[in-house]
Ligand binder design. Structure first.
Ligand SMILES: *[C@@H]1O[C@H](CO)[C@@H](O)[C@H](O)[C@H]1NC(C)=O
Ligand SMILES: *[C@@H]1O[C@H](CO)[C@@H](O)[C@H](O)[C@H]1NC(C)=O
Ligand SMILES: *[C@@H]1O[C@H](CO)[C@@H](O)[C@H](O)[C@H]1NC(C)=O
Ligand SMILES: *[C@@H]1O[C@H](CO)[C@@H](O)[C@H](O)[C@H]1NC(C)=O
Ligand SMILES: *[C@@H]1O[C@H](CO)[C@@H](O)[C@H](O)[C@H]1NC(C)=O
Ligand SMILES: *[C@@H]1O[C@H](CO)[C@@H](O)[C@H](O)[C@H]1NC(C)=O
Ligand SMILES: *[C@@H]1O[C@H](CO)[C@@H](O)[C@H](O)[C@H]1NC(C)=O
Ligand SMILES: *[C@@H]1O[C@H](CO)[C@@H](O)[C@H](O)[C@H]1NC(C)=O
Length: 578
């Protein structure tokens, strides 16, 4: 038995298979090798594209986007490519292709079959066609055909994953020719939510996260910009907000930073969506405007909020309306050119906050529901008035029975039954099921405990959403779990969440990658079939591809976590016996 399975694994390892991630819908590859160099002739709808290393688009035009994509793809192959030593038997010495009589990929012909329009660059879910076809023939002709420039970008990422770097300098090759791929995503919203309030992330770290998204065909970066702990967002009309509420004077996203982040994402087909969480999770406003808050810094925090410091915008105070008119009026204008959405929060509203609010004075559910309906209507009006579509957390409709418009996208986090309820109500849903998609979970508590009874009874100090969401668990995530086909269609996609109590940019990459890419494949290629049916993807077939994606991310400057040790990637038996 053991000998047999070892043999099977070794045979697999001896025959290189393309390791594309996410796996394309349809893919066939061959076994001929072609080399590539900087002389490759690239055309876009018949016009030459000049490869310029490091080219960064400065405008949202189809040509600039494609030129940027081509330059990044060739930079990736020639500068940040993968030398795949880890994917060959340890004693195999001749696995690299021969350098005699080289054959080359001579040309890359890109054809876009429709014109882009403004929705292409800031789409609502489903408004941009990301499909593409990619072929590389044995005569060295590569072709990409796509409906939109964003489809071209997706194809170029796949193209880079076909190539390897030779052990000696300056040779780059693909051993998979001929290649034929037709590909398109199953879900249109594939994102990462990053909390930049509990810890600050530099603009560079955010741009690197966008690089990771683009590399694995994720198309949304949702910045949960503000929360209770710090206000890192500059609002020019209210300079004290960030001057006092940011952790440090320089831990602030200026207007120019926001535009830079959004443009960087948009030209990579990654929409950056901002969230100003409200009315809870706003204690950071109190550094400048404590009079707008109720339950500000109240203790014990467990009575007034989910985590310290407490503080919630007053729900029956016209000064709050004026303040939010200013904040939202300014920030929605800033983001409008680059996004279709704005997220207005709404999670974890705590009943006792209105109890201690002098303008309300009760924690009665019906009173809070009515106040939240009015607050949410105003909040959505600000977003819609700016030409954007509102997003909100699930508690607003589910816990407080607030009625939303049919345009609104609801972000769910509490799991399958919440998604069932929301889709029953007919709402469009983004699922961030914490049982699968919360990447911060399972690393222990950030609060410290009192010595004494609880000191020992709370051991081993697990966090609330333990265990860790391993890549295998994320790979088993099914956005359609327990839904009818009609309900499943309302789930426009999912986001992994990176809440930042114990994460900052030092550990960001290892926590995000490659696990975010694992959700990415579930959303792009489709969820794994339920146990017992005849699916083709599973953990065992995915692991070699994921190991390779991880190495490619590393080569591109993203410190993705290790998936398996080289013993496994070299063909060792790392499969749990049945
Ligand atoms: C590598 O080692 C394996 C296992 O010992 C052996 O079967 C194989 O022949 C060796 N291959 C080479 C190229 O030495
Ligand atoms: C924009 O392009 C998409 C295809 O990428 C198409 O579905 C949509 O109808 C176009 N919108 C407009 C306003 O032309
Ligand atoms: C993949 O191939 C199947 C069978 O030929 C076809 O029905 C399907 O449309 C193809 N998918 C794409 C994205 O082209
Ligand atoms: C609300 O506050 C009261 C004190 O006024 C406290 O007894 C109660 O436990 C709090 N509710 C919750 C859910 O913590
Ligand atoms: C509402 O306030 C009362 C009185 O302080 C308290 O006993 C109760 O626990 C509160 N309810 C909630 C949901 O906090
Ligand atoms: C809101 O405040 C007004 C006074 O400004 C008061 O008349 C009204 O009852 C309050 N509403 C609630 C729900 O407490
Ligand atoms: C929720 O709101 C709807 C419409 O406003 C109302 O018909 C329904 O009774 C409410 N349900 C609860 C549980 O409050
Ligand atoms: C799905 O629904 C079934 C039957 O209603 C229930 O037993 C199961 O717990 C649900 N699954 C999840 C993940 O909620």
């Amino acid at each position: 038995m053991v000998a047999l399975s070892l043999l099977a694994v070794s045979l697999l390892a001896l025959n290189p298979v393309s390791a594309l991630w996410p796996e394309p819908t349809n893919v066939t590859t061959g076994t001929q090798t072609l080399f590539i160099n900087e002389d490759i002739r690239v055309t876009y709808n018949g016009q030459p594209i000049v490869y310029t290393a490091g080219y960064e688009p400065s405008t949202l035009t189809s040509h600039d986007i494609v030129q940027g994509g081509v330059s990044r793809a060739l930079d990736t192959i020639f500068q940040d490519g993968l030398y795949p030593w880890k994917f060959h038997l340890r004693n195999e010495t001749d696995w690299e292709p021969s350098l005699f009589s080289l054959k080359w990929v001579n040309s890359l012909k890109i054809t876009q079959t429709a014109f882009d329009n403004t929705t292409t660059f800031k789409p609502l879910a489903g408004q941009v066609d990301e499909s593409y076809e990619l072929t590389v023939d044995t005569n060295g002709q590569a072709e990409i055909t796509a409906v939109s420039s964003i489809g071209v970008l997706r194809a170029l990422e796949t193209f880079t994953q076909l190539f390897y770097t030779y052990s000696s300098n300056n040779f780059y090759y693909t051993p998979f020719v001929p290649v034929s791929i037709q590909d398109k995503p199953v879900k249109s919203h594939r994102g990462i939510m990053l909390d930049t309030s509990r810890n600050y992330y530099s603009v560079a770290a955010i741009l690197r996260t966008i690089d990771g998204c683009a590399a694995s065909k994720l198309n949304v970066l949702h910045l949960h910009v503000t929360d209770a702990q710090s206000w890192p967002l500059e609002i020019e009309a209210l300079p004290e907000l960030s001057a006092k509420g940011a952790y440090r004077p320089d831990y602030v996203y200026t207007p120019a930073d926001i535009v830079k982040i959004q443009l960087y994402g948009a030209v990579r087909g990654v929409q950056v969506i901002l969230e100003i969480d409200q009315p809870e999770h706003t204690a950071a406003i109190g550094w400048a405007y404590p009079e707008l808050l109720t339950a500000y810094n109240y203790e014990p925090y467990t009575w007034y909020c989910a985590e310290p410091p407490c503080g919630s915008l007053r729900l029956n105070d016209s000064a709050v309306d004026t303040f939010m008119d200013t904040v939202m009026g300014e920030i929605t204008k800033r983001v409008y050119p680059y996004t279709a959405y704005f997220h207005v929060g709404g999670d974890e509203v705590t009943a006792n906050d209105t109890l201690v609010d002098p303008s309300v004075g009760t924690n009665a559910t019906d009173v809070i529901e009515e106040l939240l309906q009015i607050y949410t209507d105003k909040s959505f009006a600000r977003v819609r008035g700016a030409g954007l579509t509102p997003m909100v957390w699930e508690e607003i409709p589910l816990d407080w029975n607030v009625t939303l418009g049919s345009d609104v996208v609801v972000q769910s986090w509490l799991g399958v039954s919440s998604v069932e309820s929301l889709t029953n109500l007919g709402y469009k849903v983004i699922d961030s099921n914490y049982n699968f998609l919360y990447l911060d979970c399972g690393r222990g508590q950030w609060v410290t405990f009192q010595p004494g009874e609880s000191y020992t009874s709370d051991a081993p100090y697990n966090d609330w959403c333990s265990p860790t969401k391993s890549w295998e668990l994320i790979y088993s995530y099914r956005p359609s779990a327990n839904l009818t086909a009609e309900q499943a269609n309302l789930v426009i996609g999912s986001e992994v969440a990176i809440w930042s109590e114990t994460i900052d940019e030092v550990t960001l990459d290892t926590l995000a990658w490659p696990r975010a890419s694992v959700m990415g494949e579930v959303l792009w290629t489709g969820e794994l079939s339920e146990e017992g049916s005849s699916g083709t993807r599973d953990q065992t077939t995915a692991a070699p591809r994921l190991n390779e994606l991880r190495e490619r991310l590393l080569a591109r400057g993203i410190n993705a976590a290790s998936v398996q040790m080289p013993f496994c990637t070299e063909g060792g038996d790392c499969i749990q016996p049945a």
